[in-house]
Design a protein around this ligand. Structure first.
Ligand code: DX5
Ligand code: ZN
Length: 220
C-alpha cells in the first residue's frame, strides 16, 4: 500500500499562495486545498477562482477537500477545472453515488469525506464508486487542532471494508504529524494530509519526509 503525503495549504501564507505551493514541490504527492463556505463549516477560505489560478501555476496535482453545502451542485466544477482529486462531504451530499460518478466522468478521482462522528458502515456498498475515502481526524473547519484518537477504530474498520490492497485510497486529515501519522498508518490509512506540521515547520520538505518515513515504518 503506497504512502502519499498531501500538505494542506490552509496553514500556508495566503499572501504568497503560489510560492507556498512551490515550497513543497518534489516532496509532496498532492497539494491539499481546503475549500470552506462558512455554511458547512464555520470558516471561509477560498473557492473555484483561486483553485483555477493554482491549477495554472502549480506543478503538484491538486487534492480539493470541499467543506461546502450542496457539493452536488459545485463539486463537478472543480473536476472540470482540472483538480486531480475532488472530495465532497457525505453529510452534505444529496446523491453521493451520482456525484461520485459525475466527478469521475469529469476526469477527477472521486473522494468522499466523513466527519469524525459519521459512521462508515452505511456506505459500505458504495465504496467501489470511490477513489478515496477521507476520514476526518479533527472536526472540519480549522487547521492546528489535535488528532482525535476516537477516530482510530473507524480507520481500522474502513481498512477492513476496503481490504488490504484496495484501489480506493484511505486518507486521514487533521492533527497529522510524525507521531500521529504512525497511529493512523497502523490502523490502515495510506494518504496523509498535514497542514500545520508542514507549513509551521522551519523546513517543510524535511517535515514531509519525516511524516512519510514514520508512515512507512508504521506499516503504511
Ligand atoms: C481542517 C482541514 C485540514 C487542515 C489540517 O478542516 O480539512 O485539511 O488544514 O490542518 P492540520 O494538519 O493543522 O490539522
Ligand atoms: Zn482538509
Amino acid at each position: 500500500m503506497s504512502v502519499q503525503i498531501s500538505p494542506s495549504i490552509l496553514s500556508s501564507d495566503f499572501g504568497q499562495l503560489a510560492a507556498e505551493c512551490e515550497r513543497v514541490a518534489g516532496a509532496a504527492d498532492w497539494l491539499h486545498v481546503d475549500v470552506m463556505d462558512n455554511h458547512f463549516v464555520p470558516n471561509l477560505t477560498l473557492g473555484l477562482p483561486v483553485v483555477e489560478a493554482l491549477l495554472k501555476s502549480v506543478s503538484t496535482p491538486i487534492d480539493c477537500h470541499l467543506m461546502i453545502e450542496d457539493p452536488d451542485r459545485w463539486a463537478p466544477e472543480y473536476a472540470e477545472a482540472g483538480a486531480g482529486s475532488v472530495t465532497f462531504h457525505v453529510e452534505a451530499a444529496h446523491a453521493p453515488i451520482r456525484l461520485a460518478r459525475a466527478l469521475r466522468s469529469a476526469g477527477a478521482r472521486a473522494g468522499m469525506a466523513l466527519k469524525p462522528a459519521t459512521a462508515i458502515e452505511p456506505y459500505a456498498d458504495m465504496l467501489s464508486e470511490l477513489d478515496m475515502v477521507l476520514l476526518m481526524t479533527v472536526e472540519p473547519g480549522f487547521g492546528g487542532q489535535s488528532f482525535l484518537d476516537v477516530v482510530v477504530p473507524k480507520i481500522a474498520r474502513t481498512r477492513e471494508l476496503l481490504g488490504p490492497d484496495s484501489d480506493v485510497w484511505l486518507q486521514v486529515d487533521g492533527g497529522i504529524d510524525d507521531t500521529t501519522v504512525e497511529i493512523a498508518a497502523e490502523a490502515g490509512a495510506n494518504v496523509f494530509v498535514a497542514g500545520s506540521s508542514v507549513y509551521g515547520a522551519a523546513d517543510p520538505i524535511a517535515a514531509i519526509n519525516n511524516i512519510r518515513a514514520a508512515a512507512i515504518a508504521a506499516g503504511g
